[in-house]
Design a protein around this ligand. Structure first.
Ligand code: T4K
Length: 396
């Protein structure tokens, strides 16, 4: 256990952990069950193109989300692109900049301009109060991101979209298994998009899905993700290849069987972090509303360098030296990444909360690969660093 700052690995001590602790370490469900499914699909010789596992997976995801349609895809980014295209978005679309770059790229990839809107300082989600002043005659839609699995202000966004006749899409990449005012995320707006990437609490190796209650939209998305094929020899629409394969769906089905266990573990880890990291000056852990359904897959700290006497980037460096590979999600914010940085060099002037959060947020490891004692050690390191903040940052 580290007692003094000289014990920190960054100052020459031994790293606390003998192997790396990652953010985004995949949860693996019942391995035997997965391998049995893979054997089955090999025997069946049906590997992709709307196979039985994909169909079953879509059914299960739609049921869990309480929506009529789920269209499984090869990843969340392509699912976003297809959702955007299927909704006929064009011109400008209002999005937060404090998100993973895929949200903005899915628009720009189709030559639609992402108009970056600031987030609420407290919730980290797009601030509805700021949206209306960003609407122009070219605006066709809004994309809300349920960041860290915490729902956007869905009611306010729905109201704005309706009053201005805009499409409303949700990037729910973080939010499978979460609820908003007691209703499962998945059925809000025109459509919502999940990611089932390896780093998500429920994964299909790579994967994503669009979920919607709109029959017509669902039919269009099904065509679009399969080159536009309406029948064997009949292409009725412009499309691409966004299909999920059977191995991914086998992983997804197996993961779904362990979903409650994954959430229980994440919840326990979250409460452990919360307990150990409260009352540290300058350190705030983002909380989840326990009245809602949550997947607790992200442990998010905000480090206020004035009060902690150490900056987010210094703490990040110290943790990496201890082999705790914390991540600066989402830094830089989208408007500071190319091509947006060049297109809109002054965007940050309208994004004060985004700019602050991008410099203060740090994601810590969680998931089924973490042991409670690892979390205890990580918290001890953070407490030691903050208790000696002035000296630590002076020596870095
Ligand atoms: N919208 C939002 C809001 C998103 O957050 C994302 C993705 C998307 C859309 C797009 O969905 P996808 O097209 O990805 O389905 C990671 C994930 O790749 C990405 O899915 C995720 N968000 C983002 C938040 O995190 P990176 O660039 O941080 O990945 P990387 O390679 O640095 O890995 C992250 C951590 O996970 C590392 O600590 C290593 C660990 N890891 C990763 C993989 C793949 C493992 O331990 N094992 C693994 O197999 O983006």
């Amino acid at each position: 256990m580290k007692q003094h700052i000289d014990d920190l690995a960054i100052f020459g001590g031994t790293p606390t952990f003998s192997s790396d602790l990652h953010v985004g370490r995949p949860n693996i469900g019942d391995r035997e069950q997965l391998l049995a499914r893979i054997n089955d699909l090999l025997d069946r010789k049906w590997l992709s193109n709307n196979g039985p596992y994909v169909q079953e997976f879509e059914k299960r995801i739609a049921e869990t989300s309480g929506v009529k349609h789920c269209i499984a895809m090869c990843n969340g980014a392509v699912a976003l692109e297809i959702a955007i295209r299927s909704l006929g978005l064009s011109g400008e679309v209002i999005v937060p900049s404090f998100t993973f770059i895929a949200t903005a790229h899915a628009l720009q990839w189709q030559e639609i301009t992402p108009v970056f809107c600031d987030v609420d300082r407290r919730t980290h989600n797009i601030d509805p109060e700021l949206i209306e002043r960003m609407i122009t005659p070219r605006t066709t839609g809004i994309i809300g991101v349920h960041l860290w699995g915490r729902a956007c202000d869905v009611d306010a966004l729905t109201d704005i979209a309706q009053r201005h006749n805009l499409k409303l899409l949700f990037d729910a990449a973080h939010a499978f298994g979460c609820s908003y005012q007691g209703r499962m995320i998945g059925g809000f707006g025109n459509a919502e998009v999940y990611s089932f990437h390896a780093t998500k609490f429920l994964n299909t190796f790579e994967g994503g899905a669009v979920v919607t209650n709109d029959d017509e939209l669902a039919a269009r998305i099904r065509l679009m993700k399969n080159f536009g094929f309406a029948g064997y020899d009949d292409v009725s629409y412009i499309g691409t290849n966004g299909k999920m394969n059977e191995v991914s769906a086998a992983m997804g089905l197996t993961s779904l069987e362990s979903m409650d266990d994954f959430i229980d573990v994440n919840h326990r880890h979250y409460r452990h972090y919360l307990q150990e990291l409260s009352n540290i000056p300058g350190i705030t852990i983002q909380t989840y509303n326990e009245q809602e359904r949550c997947n607790y897959q992200y442990i998010i700290l905000e480090i206020d360098s004035e009060r902690a006497k150490v900056s987010r980037d210094q703490l990040h460096k110290i943790l990496w030296a201890e082999r705790v590979l914390a991540r600066r999600y989402f830094y830089p914010a989208c408007h500071r990444m190319e091509p947006y940085r060049s297109y809109f060099p002054h965007a940050g002037l309208l994004l004060p909360h985004t700019v602050t959060l991008a410099s203060q947020v740090l994601a810590l490891p969680t998931g089924t690969g973490m042991r409670p004692e690892d979390i205890g050690e990580i918290c001890r390191i953070i407490r030691l660093v903050v208790a000696n903040g002035v000296e630590v940052s002076g020596r870095l």
